[in-house]
Design a protein around this ligand. Structure first.
Ligand code: 5AD
Ligand code: SF4
Length: 489
């Protein structure tokens, strides 16, 4: 009689950017081929992976405190006669390698982002040899060896899917570790991307989010052997039947070329929202950051984008307290925020990263000053975000439903502008795009009601956060519904 072994269980915790979310999924897919199933509870896991982020010191330190907690989990597993293999992946693994093994005895395996395709082998080796470190930048393309997700795995991950098209960065901003942890720019070829997108769409995915550290610098090999631009790739992907929405992130202002801006004009599936980090509004600081563009050039890019797609919503990243930043530099940043009126933005205190040029500057800004500037910047960003959200109240827009909402009977989805929308709707809307009339704004989401064909709203939201008075005629605000209605989905 044969004995069937219970499947081994995998728990992956992802920190940091969307690239890590994608990589975590690929790790799960590659281990699924070896019989691992994902578990949502770390206590059950046979293999536990922390997919880490090194972008700021806080993010990196989180890993060590988590590893401290995992010691207990590993001891408990051992008491039950189970072996728990703890792996550290991602950018902390790449940057610190052996150091992690020294600092955290709980760790069995350290694996850098370029070696995920070797995970099954590395996990097996760690079981036999003890502690293993693999942070090579191998010559082979890891994407050629990473497993595709099963249809079931794709379905469980929702209606919007990430596709990594580009990895690494050659820009060397003076504050940033990415060129060191993720290496030089690498662009995946068109055929591979197309095949992955077609598989995702066949499994029910409606929205494709192309990701890369410097995604608009993508220049992958086309079927003809020549290099394609991101614009050309987007035009091609928009032709794939079933692709209702396209987005790409994260972009560098220097790589927003004319063709890419024209794609925003021509492709209804390309959503009217763009994350375009600027980091600072001061020319002096932009120069010290080695951003390779000034304030006026950034504003000019946005102007061209708005001409191409008037309802485009901009988002950005900012760093406050970069070495040498004066109060005047900081007010230039606030003025830029006001000039653009970002729909959303992330802001961070400058965090010196070992090995980057800015970390060595003796002109560091005090923690207190950074905290004070961050609070002022965030208040300004929140003000513009609230204004943007309020301007959508009373309008009808298309929502791609992703899953159950905050309250009973609610489903949640995303507007074309990446706003979360909570709607009273049946569970069957999951994975579908429906017209929704926006009825109010909350702290982190909008509220809306499904619109039926005759224009009435049969399902009303009655959640607690409901409140902004609908005002369909706000002056000076482009009508998002106009574009959304012609939005091809
Ligand atoms: N300190 C603070 N913020 C940083 N970022 C990148 N490196 C640092 C750093 N050393 C921010 C930038 C980037 C975002 C992903 O993280 O704003 O766009
Ligand atoms: Fe880092 Fe982005 Fe600058 Fe590249 S372009 S070095 S990823 S901040």
């Amino acid at each position: 009689m044969s004995v069937t072994r219970a499947p081994r269980k995998l728990y992956v915790k992802s920190y940091g950017c969307q690239m890590n979310v994608y990589d975590s999924q690929r790790m799960a897919d590659v281990l699924a081929r070896e019989g691992y199933v994902e578990t949502a509870t770390p206590e059950d896991a046979d293999v536990l992976v922390l997919n880490t982020c090194h972008i700021r010191e806080k993010a990196a330190e989180k890993v060590y405190s988590e590893l401290g907690r995992l010691r207990v989990l590993k001891q408990e597993a051992a008491r039950d006669g189970r072996r728990l293999t703890v792996a550290v992946a991602g950018c902390v693994a790449q940057a610190e390698g052996e150091e992690i093994i020294r600092r955290a005895p709980v760790v069995d395996l350290v694996v850098g982002p370029q070696s995920y395709h070797r995970l099954p082998d590395l996990v097996a080796r760690a079981a036999v040899e003890g502690r293993v470190v693999d942070t090579e930048f191998p010559a082979e393309d890891k994407f050629d060896h990473l497993a595709a997700p099963t249809r079931a795995a794709t379905r469980s991950r929702g209606a919007a899917a990430f596709v990594t098209v580009q990895e690494g960065c050659d820009k060397f901003c003076t504050f940033c570790v990415v060129p060191y942890t993720r290496g030089a720019e690498f662009s995946r070829p068109v055929a591979k991307i197309l095949a992955e997108v077609e598989d995702l769409v066949a499994a029910g995915v409606k929205e494709i989010r192309l990701i890369g550290q410097n995604v608009n610098a993508w220049h992958g090999e086309g079927p003809d052997g020549g290099a394609w631009t991101l614009a050309r790739l987007l035009y091609r992907l928009a032709e794939v039947p079933g692709v209702a929405r396209l987005r790409y992130t994260t972009s560098h202002p220097r790589d927003m070329d004319d063709a890419l801006i024209a794609a925003h004009r021509d492709l209804p599936a390309l959503m009217p929202q763009l994350h375009l980090p600027v980091q600072s509004g001061s020319n002096r600081i932009l120069d010290a950051m080695n951003r390779k563009h000034d304030r006026a050039e950034y504003l000019r890019v946005i102007e061209r984008l708005k001409t191409a797609r008037p309802d485009i919503a901009m988002s950005s990243d900012f760093i406050v307290g970069f070495p040498g930043e004066t109060e005047q530099d900081f007010s230039d940043t606030l003025a830029l925020v006001d000039a653009v009126g970002f729909a959303s933005a992330y802001s961070f205190k400058y965090s010196p990263r070992p090995g980057t040029p800015a970390a060595d500057s003796d002109d560091q800004v005090s923690e207190a000053e950074k905290a004070e500037r961050l609070a002022r910047l965030q208040a300004r960003i929140d003000h513009h975000a609230a204004a943007f959200n309020a301007a959508t109240v009373g309008r009808t827009t298309q929502v791609l439903f992703e899953g159950t909402g905050r309250h009973d009977g609610q489903m949640t989805g995303k507007s074309p502008w990446m706003q979360a929308v909570q709607v009273m709707a049946p569970p069957s809307v999951k994975g579908e795009i429906h017209a929704v009339r926006i009825t109010g704004t909350g702290t982190n989401s909008l509220y809306g009601a499904l619109v039926v064909a005759n224009g009435s709203a049969p399902l009303r939201h009655d959640g607690p956060d409901h409140g902004t008075t609908p005002d369909p005629a706000l002056p000076g605000v482009p009508d998002p519904a106009v574009r959304a209605a012609s939005g091809g989905h």
